[in-house]
Write a protein that binds this ligand. Structure first.
Ligand SMILES: [Zn+2]
Length: 95
């Protein structure tokens, strides 16, 4: 299922999904009923060096078309034996 914020306030996921199904609301991304969303297909990526979230986003943007063509719902970075990380750059010291 696509990550979507479909309600605000204090409601449970089950309450929201019951209302969505009772009203026949379709997914705004694929226009299928939410009941048709049975699983996510996720691409797992291994970092080959340390990087920033901005650098990772740039790579994912380049992969967007083939990911959509292959019906991949999302991507996740997995830990590597080298312990590469995706972190914000260190702030430069102020003088
Ligand atoms: Zn959908």
């Amino acid at each position: 299922m696509h990550a979507r914020r479909i309600a605000t306030g204090k409601v449970t996921f089950d309450e929201v999904m019951k209302e969505v199904q009772d009203k026949g609301i379709l997914c705004d991304q694929c226009h299928q009923p939410y009941s048709a969303h049975t699983h996510d297909t996720v691409l797992f990526l291994r970092l080959t060096r340390n990087c920033t979230p901005k650098e990772a986003d740039a790579v994912l943007v380049k992969l967007k078309a083939p990911l959509i063509a292959d019906k991949i719902d999302g991507a996740a970075m997995v830990e590597t034996p080298e312990k590469f990380r995706m972190n914000e750059p260190e702030p430069t010291a102020k003088k």
